[in-house]
Design a protein around this ligand. Structure first.
Ligand code: FMN
Length: 173
């Protein structure tokens, strides 16, 4: 699919078929995520792949009982690594760059999923400490988004977007 078609066609999907995700497609999603830019090329994030039912259910519960998270074939958890950014960039690295690194990687992953006919949803509403506990995450890692991935069992309408003029300011204020 052409890049702009991928971006145009991607939707947040919250109903999944029971079909699993082919290993090759998952690898492509993960590899594409690593191509994202990152501050100082530190790639200050970790991507956790969860495909077992028990852990998916625990993640859904930690995500304010968003049950659809557990219905996806797998869930990627993007975690920022503040310590890794801090070594080179101090507080700005720890509080900002690592979050941006993880977020951009997740964005690349989501588009890579869409390009392969997979459906996903960006899930940001969750109890961070609880997700970290479910994952037994090493101290310091911050889960920043959950990405349930699978095959769509719904076809959401194209959502409303604010007008370009409301979002873009040409020149300084
Ligand atoms: C930071 C962030 C947090 C989000 N959190 C959730 C969430 O917890 N649950 C959910 O169902 N969707 C969540 N979404 C998805 C948005 O609802 C969705 O992207 C938006 O409605 C636009 O729809 P679209 O993705 O189909 O373009 C989140 C998206 C972002 C970027």
């Amino acid at each position: 699919m052409h890049f702009f078609d991928v971006v145009e066609k991607r939707r947040s999907v919250r109903v999944f078929t029971g079909a699993s995700v082919e290993a090759g497609k998952l690898e492509a999603v993960l590899a594409t995520a690593t191509l994202a830019p990152s501050a100082g090329d530190l790639q200050a994030y970790r991507i956790v792949v969860i495909d077992d039912a028990v852990t998916k259910k625990a993640l859904a519960a930690a995500a304010l009982d968003q049950d659809f998270v557990a219905e996806a074939a797998l869930v990627l958890v993007f975690c920022a690594d503040p310590g890794r950014s801090e070594t080179r960039y101090g507080q700005r690295g720890a509080s900002l760059y690592c979050i941006q690194d993880a977020t951009i990687a997740a964005c690349y992953a989501q588009l890579a999923a869409a390009a392969q006919g997979l459906a996903s949803c960006w899930v940001g509403a969750f109890d961070e400490a609880r997700v970290a506990a479910v994952l037994c995450a090493p101290p310091g890692l911050r889960p920043v988004m959950l990405m349930p991935i699978g095959y769509a069992a719904e076809a959401p309408e194209r959502p409303h977007r604010r007008a370009l003029e409301a979002l873009v300011h040409r020149g300084a204020w």
